[in-house]
Every structure is written in C-alpha cells, then in structure tokens.
Ligand binder design. Structure first.
Ligand code: CP
Length: 367
C-alpha cells in the first residue's frame, strides 16, 4: 500500500540554476529502498542533546534518512508538532542555527518563543541562567539555547525539566551543526551509511582547517566523524597550533584508534584530501576571533578534482566566493539541509514520530 505524498516545494529553491556545475546531492539516494528505523529514533524521546555523545552512529544515520524524506516530501499537512511550544534562547548572534530551527518548528506546525539576543532577558539585570531555566519549564516544551559561555549548558540544566538542545556553547559543542554536516556528507556519498568493512581505497582522507579545541563546530564535526571511523582513512588537522585538540578531544581520538596527524603545511596536504572541513571563528575565553587566518581556499587552491568543502558558515575571507559555483561547494547543501535534519531531531525528541505518514517507515513512496 503506497501513500500519495506531495513533493516538498522547498526543493525548487534548492535546485541549482540550469548549466551550473554545482554539487547538488539528491536526498532520495539516502532513503530509497532503505526505510527509516523509527523505532530506533523513538529512544530520543524526551532526551536533551547537548553534545555528540548524546547520539549514536545509528541514530545519526536514521535522523539523516528521515531528514532526506522530509527534504523530498511536503510534511506541513501532518502538523507533527501541533500544540508544542519551543523557546529559541540565543545569548549569542546567529543567522543559520536560530532561523533554521525556527523554520523547522514552523514547518512542523509548532510555535516559537524567540529570544534573538540575551539582552532582552533578565540577564541584562543580572538574572542567573539557573533561574531563567526554571521559568522556561512553565513557558515551553523544549529549549534550544546558544551561549558564549561553555558552562551555560550545565548552568541552565540545574533547574530545567524540559529537553534542551545545545545550539552552541562557547568552545564546547554544536551537535546539531555536526548533524547538518553529516547529513550533507551522507547525501553526497550514501555508502558512508553502510555497515561492514570498507575497502581502504574507498575510505575518506579528511582534512580539518581549524582548531577543534576552541572551535565548537569543528569539535562536534570531528567527534561525529569518529562514529564513522571505519569510513575514514586518516584525519589531518591543518593548524597554526602544535596541539589544536585539547585534552578531551585527544582522548576521544586515541580511544577511537583513528589515524590522525597535525600539520601547518596546507600546500603539501590539500591535494590528498577528499573532504575539507573549515571554520574561521574560535572562542578564546568569553570572546571569539579569527584563528588560522593564513589558511584560505579559493578556486585556484590545489584541491582534488572531486574534493568537497564543508564550512558551517559564517565565512570571512578564508573561503572565497569564487568556490560557490564549483563542484567543491558542499557548504550550501550543508546549510540548506539543516532545516530538515533539525525537523527530524525535533520530531524524535518530541515523541511525535507516530504522526508521520506511514510511508516514512514503510518506504512505499509515490510522489
Ligand atoms: N553554523 C552556524 O552555527 O551558523 P550561525 O552562527 O549563523 O548560527
């Protein structure tokens, strides 16, 4: 029995203009003949997601498969989050994370209490995050928070009883950015979701331009990549710093047993890489600044022909706009896909997967 689903109108926006040689991975490649395991995602109901360790490899894959279906088909008629209120509490600037979360909630039929900057809350008068968390319990069903302070997650959770999604805490983590990163990678190369041994020739050589120890998006990307270690031949971090990891990331790398190295020589490293992850903003104490500023990419950089670039954005001058129209650009797919992978996460944490059309778990699609 198949269910008639309407194509997602957003797909029109994501389709590149005629004749442009831009990378545009197809979401259908991720779920065709491979139904989503909704039972596995039910385990996320009521859970807070504060770091990558709150997710398993299997959960990441199933969330990305669900996101791919949501990207392909119109979900608005099903009102998945009907009656739910989400607070987006952003004590630090954001373009993508707050807006893509709010777009995700609205498209699922939920409602938003939006705090676009901390100065409009009692923080301005000296109120503690602990007390603000206590208030959120009465006002909403889930909190999505970003803060400049790494300790903020721990502080707000002291009295918070509704689930929390960490949207970036200082130099801590940004787990849903890592989901958006891996959603883009899995659409680009669906075989990354397969289990079993991988031929070394098919394993990715991954390069990171940045400092995982102080760049939260880079850190979360690296930690999530460790869940896919059998698909990765080597991770090379290109950094001005001799130890760009920090103690806890080093411990995870050692435990995973993945081959990794650090270099400051971008010219020698770049031609070998299949995936390049870059970022420019790093947290130092309670402020942020550009790090590793001498490492820049443009269309004349010595990239492998089929190498892809990921960047969580915002970009400064480290990522030239002349790469936007090339096949190396996976960063727009990464930003666009964030809405769908966040929809998948919200539907799971809210325990509303039973409201999805039956075809989502049966795989019987007919658009
Ligand atoms: N990727 C990301 O976190 O972007 P914003 O700072 O715009 O939210």
């Amino acid at each position: 029995m198949t269910e008639k689903l309407q194509p997602n109108q957003q797909m029109k926006i994501l389709t590149p203009p005629e004749g442009v040689d831009r990378l545009h991975p197809q979401p259908g490649d991720l779920f065709k003949g491979n139904p989503v395991n909704l039972e596995l995602l039910q385990a996320l109901e009521g859970k807070s997601i504060v770091g990558v360790r709150d997710l398993t490899r299997e959960a990441v894959i199933e969330l990305c498969k669900l996101a791919a279906i949501l990207e392909q088909f119109e979900i608005a008629p099903y009102h998945i989050l009907d009656g739910k209120i989400v607070t987006t509490a952003f004590f630090e600037a954001s373009t993508r994370t707050r807006l893509s979360f709010e777009s995700a909630v609205q498209r699922l039929g939920g409602r938003i209490l939006s705090i676009p900057e901390g100065g409009v809350t009692g923080v301005k008068k000296g109120e503690s995050l602990q007390d603000i968390g206590q208030m959120f319990n009465a006002y909403c069903d889930l909190v999505i928070m970003r803060h400049t302070d790494t300790e903020s997650v721990q502080q707000i959770r002291e009295h918070l009883r509704v689930p929390l999604i960490n949207a970036g805490n200082g130099s801590g983590e940004h787990p849903t950015q890592a989901l958006a990163d891996w959603y883009a990678l899995l659409k680009w190369r669906p075989s990354l979701a397969e289990t079993g041994p991988t031929d070394p020739e098919d394993q990715l050589r991954m390069g990171i331009l940045g400092t995982p120890g102080s760049m939260r998006a880079v850190k979360s990307f690296l930690l999530m990549s460790l869940l896919f270690q059998s698909k990765i031949r080597e991770v090379t971090v290109i950094s001005e710093y001799a130890d760009p990891f920090g103690a806890d990331v080093t411990e995870h790398l050692e435990k995973a047993g993945i081959k990794y190295s650090v270099t400051n020589d971008i010219q020698e490293t770049l031609p070998n890489l299949d995936v390049i992850y870059m970022n420019s903003i790093a947290f130092l104490g309670d402020s942020y600044k550009s790090l590793d500023s001498r490492y820049k990419l443009d269309k004349d950089s010595a990239l492998k022909e089929d190498a892809v670039i990921l960047h969580p954005l915002a970009r400064l001058d480290e990522l030239h706009t002349n790469l936007d129209e090339t096949r190396h650009n996976l960063y727009f797919s990464q930003a666009h896909g964030a809405v769908f992978v966040r929809q998948a996460l919200l539907a799971s944490v809210f325990g509303r997967l039973d409201r999805l059309p039956e075809a989502f778990s049966k795989g019987g699609f007919q658009a």
